[in-house]
Write a protein that binds this ligand. Structure first.
Ligand code: LIP
Length: 256
């Protein structure tokens, strides 16, 4: 399945390269000008879905743009984000990626993430390790939040921006450094390769993190969803201590 996923991602990349990036049609989703989609996202999803449906007709394909309904009880599902970090992509910023995962019984089995402009291909298969461009990667983070390099992001609704601001207030003064990149899939890979120690995002959907989750697990890190006031927050960390410290802080300061 890993080879199939890599092939699907290469089809996605080929599709992206067929477009003249200076003239891409884009529009707002659900009337929210912060949430953009483009003809490139749609074309990639169509082609990849067509390929995967032909190769594995028994496995449904969940995709951000056309088939976002994910049934957790699905035995297996392909989870595709045709472009994760669409805002960066449309802005000409490099931090975006194509992300494809295979989930089985709520567990990530395969993950492939390609940043085509930076030539970074991250991949993992359950119990077989995580790789960047063919070399093994490992999460190796400090155990204390105070020594950690944090990325913190939030979704696009007013309510999730408010929660994001609360999280900023409690986390930023307690970590060594803070960043916000705008592309969850690649950001999770940065935790897997020890460029970041912890990533917290309020507003992710399964396609934003499924492939990264597999890669992070295989690198020795971990990802945990928690709920704040009924909304899911994803915490991805290089080790268990960081995740526990983050959960403890949220419980003390915001309560969940
Ligand atoms: C985006 C993420 C970003 C996150 C946003 C959003 P999109 O994905 O990758 O990092 O903070 O909530 O989901 O919409 O560009 O695929």
């Amino acid at each position: 399945m890993l080879e199939l996923a890599e092939h699907a991602v290469s089809i996605a990349n080929k599709t992206l390269n067929e477009f003249d990036l200076s003239k891409i049609e884009k529009w707002a989703k659900h009337g929210n000008p912060r949430d953009l989609v483009s003809e490139v996202d749609q074309a990639i999803e169509e082609r990849v879905k067509e390929f995967l449906t032909r190769e594995t007709p028994q496995i449904p394909v969940v995709g951000e743009e056309f088939s976002p309904d994910f049934e957790h009880q699905n035995k297996s599902a392909w989870i595709l984000d045709p472009i994760d970090g669409t805002a960066n992509f449309l802005q000409g910023l490099d931090h975006f990626s194509i992300s494809l995962a295979l989930i089985n019984n709520s567990t990530p089995e395969v993950g492939v993430i390609l940043n085509p402009t930076q030539n970074l291909l991250y991949k993992a298969q359950k119990n077989h390790g995580a790789y960047l461009n063919g070399s093994r990667i490992e999460a190796d983070s400090p155990k204390d939040l105070t020594d950690s390099f944090l990325c913190l992001e939030w979704g696009r609704s007013n309510q999730s921006i408010e929660t994001g601001m609360e999280l900023m207030r409690i986390f930023v003064p307690r970590v060594r450094e803070y960043r916000n990149y705008g592309g969850a899939a690649q950001t999770i890979c940065h935790v897997a390769e020890s460029k970041l120690d912890i990533y917290i995002d309020h507003g992710l959907k399964i396609w934003d993190y499924a492939a990264g989750w597999c890669i992070l697990n295989e690198s020795g890190g971990m990802l945990e969803p928690i709920s704040i006031n009924g909304n899911e927050v994803i915490i991805a960390g290089g080790n268990d201590s960081l995740i526990s410290a983050a959960k403890h802080l949220i419980k003390e300061e915001i309560s969940y």
